[in-house]
Design a protein around this ligand. Structure first.
Ligand code: NAD
Length: 429
C-alpha cells in the first residue's frame, strides 16, 4: 500500500498580514513613486518591476520516522543588470511565491544603494525547521540545493542566510553544489569561517543597522546613549543590533520573539539575554525582566523601535499607536505602505530596510571577493570597509532627500532605481 504524501500546509502568521495584501505589490508601490520622481519610461518600469526568473521546486523528504512529506522551494532572480543575483534563503512555513518575489526585488534596490556589483534575488523553502531533526534539515537543504543548482553559482546567483537559515545550512549548500560543479566557496556567502566565510559576516547586518541608526541620531541631534529601544525578533539581526546598541549605552527595554517577550524599564542585560536565548532558544522566560505580551512590543513608549523578524508587522493600526521617534527597519518590508504614510504624517522617522539592513549583503560581497581571490581579510579591514560603504550610501541617500524633498525611503528607492536604470541603458537591448 503506497504511503500518503503529507503536504506542508502554508500557515498564516498571526502577526503578518502579508497573505491579505501582496508583499510584492507593497514593494512595487514604493518603486512606483521612484519611477515617477525619475520620469522612467513605461516599458522600463515594467522591466525593472518584474522578476527575471522564477523557479519553484518540489522536494520529497523521507522523515526519520519513515513518513513521506512534500515541500515547495523557490529561488527568484529579480534583476541582474548590475551583477550576479544575490539574496538570502528563508525557511518558514509562510514562505510563498509572492513573498519571495518581494524580497528578491528589495535585494535589487539594496545592492544598488550600497553600490556593490550584484543584482537581487531571494530563495525560500516553505517548512518549519523547528519540527525537523538535524538530519532531516540537512537532507531537505541538500535536496533544495540540488533542485536550484542550475540557476546558482559564483558568477550567476549567490545565496546567503535569512530567517531560520545559518552558516551550517550554507555549508551544506556549498558542499552539495560542489559535488556537481567542483569546490566553489563563492557559490554561497554566510558560510562558517573555517570553510571560507568572512570574519564579521555573522554580526554584519546588526552592525550595519547600528551604524546607520547612529548617523540618523547624530543628524537629528539625538543621543544613542540612554535612548530607550525595543526590538522585535532576537535571531541574527535582532540580537546583534541589540548588542551594539546596548554597548553604545542605549537601554533595550523590551525584546519579543516568536515564543514570547521580556520587558525591563531599566534596560535588559543584553549580553546575558543573548546567552540565554541561544540556549533556549527564545527570550521567553528570561529572569532579567518581566514577561511581555508580544502584541505590545511596538506600542511601548520608547525612542526607537526595531522590527527584526518578519515582514508586514507594522500595520496602519500599529502605526497610529507607535510612540517612538524612530523606526529602524532590521527586517525586510516590515512596514506596510499604508502604515508608512501614517508614520510619515506623524513625523516618525523611518530608516528603510534597503539602506538600514544592507550591512549583511555588503559583508557577503566582501566574503565573495575573498573567496574569488583566496586572500582573507582581518576583522578590522572588514569593519572599516563596511563603515565606508554604508557611509557613502547614507550620504547619497541624504543628498537625494534634500534635493527631491522626500523621506528616507523614497530617497533610497530613487537612488537604487537610478543606478539600475542607468546600468540597464548601458547594457543595451
Ligand atoms: P532569524 O531566523 O535569525 O531570527 C528571526 C527572529 O524573528 C527569531 O528571533 C524569531 O523568533 C523571530 N520571529 C519569528 N516570527 C515572529 C513573530 N511572529 N513575532 C515575533 N518574533 C518573531 O532571522 P534573521 O536572519 O535575524 O532575519 C530577521 C529579519 O531580518 C528578516 O526579515 C530578514 O529578511 C532580515 N534580514 C536578515 C539579514 C541577515 O543577514 N540575516 C540581512 C538583512 C535583512
Amino acid at each position: 500500500m503506497p504511503q500518503a504524501i503529507k503536504r506542508q500546509a502554508i500557515q498564516e502568521s498571526p502577526v503578518n498580514p502579508r497573505h491579505h495584501v501582496s508583499a510584492f505589490d507593497q514593494v512595487n508601490s514604493h518603486l512606483n513613486k521612484a519611477f515617477m520622481s525619475l520620469d522612467i519610461p513605461e516599458v522600463y518600469r515594467s522591466v525593472m518591476q518584474n522578476c527575471y526568473r522564477e523557479l519553484k521546486v518540489q522536494i520529497i523528504l523521507q522523515r526519520e520516522s519513515g513518513a513521506i512529506e512534500e515541500y515547495f522551494g523557490y529561488r527568484i532572480q529579480h534583476n541582474g543588470v548590475r551583477g550576479p543575483y544575490k539574496g538570502g534563503i528563508r525557511y518558514h512555513p509562510s514562505v510563498d511565491l509572492d513573498e519571495v518575489r518581494a524580497l528578491a526585488s528589495l535585494m535589487t534596490w539594496k545592492t544598488a544603494i550600497v553600490n556593490i556589483p550584484f543584482g537581487g534575488a531571494k530563495g525560500g523553502l516553505a517548512c518549519d525547521p523547528k519540527k525537523l531533526t538535524n538530519r532531516e534539515l540537512q537532507a531537505l537543504s541538500r535536496a533544495y540545493a540540488r533542485k536550484i543548482d542550475m540557476a546558482i553559482g559564483p558568477h550567476r546567483d549567490i545565496p546567503a542566510p535569512d530567517v531560520n537559515t545559518n552558516a551550517k545550512i550554507m555549508a551544506w549548500i556549498m558542499d552539495e553544489y560542489g559535488r556537481k560543479h567542483g569546490l566553489s566557496p563563492a557559490c554561497v556567502t554566510g558560510k562558517p569561517i573555517e570553510l571560507g566565510g568572512s570574519k564579521g559576516r555573522e554580526q554584519a547586518t546588526g552592525r550595519g543597522l547600528f551604524h546607520i541608526a547612529h548617523r540618523v541620531f547624530d543628524d537629528h541631534k539625538l543621543s544613542i546613549k540612554g535612548a530607550k529601544v525595543v526590538v522585535q525578533g532576537f535571531g541574527n539581526v535582532g540580537s546583534w543590533v541589540a548588542n551594539f546598541l546596548h554597548d553604545a549605552g542605549a537601554k533595550v527595554i523590551a525584546v519579543a520573539d516568536a515564543e514570547g517577550g521580556v520587558f525591563n524599564p531599566a534596560g535588559l542585560d543584553i549580553p546575558k539575554l543573548r546567552l540565554y536565548a541561544v540556549d533556549k532558544p527564545s527570550v521567553a522566560g528570561f529572569s532579567g525582566g518581566e514577561a511581555l505580551d508580544t502584541r505590545e512590543i511596538f506600542t511601548l513608549p520608547c525612542d526607537m523601535v526595531v522590527p527584526a523578524a518578519l515582514g508586514g508587522v507594522i500595520t496602519p493600526d500599529i502605526a497610529k499607536r507607535i510612540q517612538a521617534k524612530i523606526v529602524l527597519e532590521g527586517a525586510n518590508n516590515p512596514v506596510t505602505p499604508e502604515a508608512d504614510v501614517i508614520l510619515n504624517e506623524r513625523g516618525i522617522i523611518v530608516i528603510p530596510d534597503i539602506l538600514a539592513n544592507a550591512g549583511g549583503v555588503v559583508v557577503s560581497y566582501f566574503e565573495w571577493t575573498q573567496n574569488l581571490t583566496q586572500f582573507y581579510w582581518d576583522e578590522d579591514e572588514v569593519y572599516q570597509k563596511l563603515e565606508k560603504t554604508l557611509n557613502s550610501a547614507y550620504a547619497a541617500v541624504a543628498k537625494i532627500m534634500r534635493e527631491h524633498k522626500v523621506n528616507m525611503r523614497q530617497a533610497a528607492f530613487i537612488l537604487g532605481v537610478k543606478r539600475v536604470y542607468d546600468a540597464t541603458l548601458l547594457r543595451g537591448v
